[in-house]
Ligand binder design. Structure first.
Ligand SMILES: [Zn+2]
Length: 70
């Protein structure tokens, strides 16, 4: 059982089913230490095991999207 720590990978993946992308409400996938939206490609950081679902804090993962947004 993972203890709460500064390890970003300590995020519980089962919580993913209850989360959605705040930008497009798409499904989120755990990728490395980030949550990547399957809909718009935004990647949300996980800080201290807590996903930061803030559009302004997200990086755009999908190269098709970069250069079009922002
Ligand atoms: Zn999205």
């Amino acid at each position: 059982m993972p203890a709460a720590s500064s390890n970003p990978a300590a995020f519980d993946p089962t919580v993913l089913a209850q989360l959605a992308c705040p930008a497009c409400l798409g499904d989120l996938r755990l990728k490395e230490a980030r949550l990547v939206c399957a809909g718009c490609g935004r990647a949300y950081p996980i800080v201290d095991g807590i996903p930061v679902l803030i559009v302004e804090r997200a990086a755009v993962e999908d190269p098709r999207m970069s250069g079009k947004l922002l």
